[in-house]
Write a protein that binds this ligand. Structure first.
Ligand SMILES: Cc1cc2nc3c(=O)[nH]c(=O)nc-3n(C[C@H](O)[C@H](O)[C@H](O)COP(=O)(O)OP(=O)(O)OC[C@H]3O[C@@H](n4cnc5c(N)ncnc54)[C@H](O)[C@@H]3O)c2cc1C
Ligand code: FES
Length: 262
């Protein structure tokens, strides 16, 4: 995103169209769609009106999808803010700032391997739904909770998906092996796009470096302002550099961060 585009980033009060709860604290929020263009991997800061001053700060969430019907967010309850979001009902209003940050880079003709760990699936939902050549996409999905917590059934109708539940070290070894084999297959003209918890991204970065794959990672670092002001989202980069995940990312090339060499 250019500085000019960042200046044009607006806040909007959007109406809640619909909420939906899946298993184990996973939820959908569908909002009246703003007229933005967006890239998968970009995010917004969200603050429901009913929060008053508690919590004070907005929360960052990936844009899971945006079309003429709705702006969709997919989230998991982890703390106060995400728990309070479950009180939202149709007709409520939320303030959002977005679209923020730098999204994934890919061309429609490129073969793309998507690697998602748990909630790291969120930024890939709209990408999969709207990609003009779904046959160029493939997804490996590592997850702790049951598959019924995630919209995988819908996504696997559109693209080839491999899902692996990782709850034990043995499961994790299986996931690593599956990702290694797939990443090797994408090391030529392909691209690898990954999102998930930090240890997952470190593993992806290592496998990509060892196998010469061009990989981008989406860093879901805790954020307070989302606009490059508070310096609360610093991530160390290769060669001693420091990045702010909200404006320099959240998507980085794996080489920029060298997560596996920290
Ligand atoms: C760019 C970006 C995109 C994101 N997209 C999504 C999404 O699509 N869906 C989704 O469910 N979540 C997403 N997250 C994470 C989400 O922002 C946090 O879960 C949320 O802010 C937690 O707020 P809370 O008030 O519920 O928890 P808090 O009370 O603030 O924290 C509860 C616990 O969660 C930890 N925590 C807080 N934020 C994060 C984080 N970013 N990563 C890891 N641990 C964290 C805290 O350290 C604490 O232990 C995204 C984060 C970023 C930065
Ligand atoms: S969240 Fe404030 S600088 Fe990134």
């Amino acid at each position: 995103m250019t500085t000019e585009e960042q200046k044009m980033t607006l806040h909007h009060d959007l109406k809640v169209l619909e909420t939906e709860s899946l298993d184990s604290g996973f939820h959908w929020l569908r909002l009246n769609p703003p007229s933005w263009s967006w890239q998968p991997g970009q995010f917004l800061m969200l603050r429901p009106r009913e929060w008053s001053s508690d919590p004070f700060l907005p929360r960052p969430l990936s844009i899971a999808d945006l079309d003429g019907e709705a702006l969709s967010l997919f989230w998991h309850v982890v703390g106060k803010g995400t728990r309070k979001m479950t009180h939202l009902r149709s007709g409520d209003r939320v303030r959002v700032w977005g679209p923020l940050g730098r999204g994934f880079y890919f061309e429609p003709h490129m073969p793309v391997l998507l690697l998602a760990g748990g909630m790291g699936l969120a930024p890939f939902i709209g990408l999969i739904r709207h990609h003009p050549h779904p046959e160029n996409l493939e997804l490996i999905f590592g997850h702790r909770e049951d598959l019924s917590s995630y919209p995988l059934a819908e996504l696997s109708k559109r693209i080839l998906t491999w899902s692996l539940q990782d709850r034990t070290p043995k499961d994790l070894a299986k996931l690593e092996k599956a990702m290694k084999v797939k990443i090797q297959g994408y090391s030529g003209d392909g691209r690898v796009l990954a999102c998930g918890p930090r240890p997952f991204l470190s593993m992806v970065s290592r496998l990509s470096r060892e196998n010469g794959a061009r990989t981008q990672v989406c860093m879901e670092t805790p954020m307070a302002c989302g606009h490059g002001v508070c310096l609360g989202c610093s991530v160390p980069g290769a060669g001693g550099r420091t990045y702010q995940a909200c404006v320099d990312g959240p998507v980085f090339s794996a080489e920029e961060l060298a997560l596996d060499q920290e």
